[in-house]
Design a protein around this ligand. Sequence first.
Ligand code: TYM
Length: 343
Amino acid sequence: MSIEQRVFSGVQPTGNLHLGNYLGAITRFVALQEDYDCMYCVVDLHAITVWQDPEELRHNTREVTAAFLAAGIDADKQIVFNQSQVSGHAELAWIFNCVARIGWLNRMTQFKEKAGKNRENASVGLYAYPNLMAADILLYRATHVPVGEDQKQHLELARDIAQKFNNDFATSIKAKGHGEAFFPLPEPLITGPATRVMSLRDGTQKMSKSDPSDLSRINLADDADTIAKKIKKAKTDPAPLPESEAELEDRPEARNLVGIYAALAEVSPREVLGEFGGAQFSAFKKALTELTVAKIVPIGDEMRRLLADPDAIDQVLAAGSEKARAIAEPNMAIIKDIVGFIT
Ligand code: TYM
């Protein structure tokens, strides 16, 4: 059976959607819809691996959906939905819990970071999270997965799971007429100048939803004054901007701001340095503020407009979930048959 090309990606509804999510993931989602059939999922099952207030979870799910739409994802042509409306994600995740090895999960750096010192007290879901992520992708036999750099290890695990399933069930897959391999090995698409946007307060740390300092990130919902204040306070070093990219090597904060500018202006970092090399940060920050405000504030405004009608957003998710189920259900029936479940 030939495998069609399909893009799948997800964003957690855990609040504080920021410039890293936007530049590292959402802008890529928008670009890919020109060439691929795409599925963009609000991964609410992932969110509850850490306790979420139910009302906030509902709001945050709508907010991520609004961000997708405001950024330009066409929910009529592509599939925009929330994970929990398609039961196949949880079903396939269970099968993958039985395919993936404990040793594989023990290597996941994100679990170690998120669980922190009190690992005994982390939820079992947080530990098994990468198996659910593999299920998200493989339930639709997706072939391409646009993500930021921080998801690379999870994507490698998804490929290992796909491979092991194909091997473990090779005889059954063949006997049932599905060729040599049922799952594709999904390819990560980690592209563009902003695959790892760093904190504005510390250029060695990733910009993150969970950083306690709101000054560390630009949120998609921030207004112009807030953006201006955050960029003004962003950490820099005393030297002016360099002329070449090589000279950014040991200057994480400068490199990050140049990367953000490049991504927002859709030019290369080299071009940014061509314009601002030799300039003081004060001048560069002014230009960066203007550019960020021009690009981000309209998205925040559109998100607020969409969020004023939550029923309309819920309808988008319901329609998208129906389309997703139409792909998931036949695939899940085949997977159950391959595994040996009577259906
Ligand atoms: P999440 O919700 O943490 O982040 C959503 C997307 O944003 C990217 N991202 C960044 N990119 C650049 N710089 C940053 N500072 C930055 N911070 C976040 C992430 O890489 C991601 O692409 N496990 C995933 C969600 C997920 C998923 C999936 C993704 C669940 N199932 C299946 C792809 C396919 C996550 O927690 O992303």
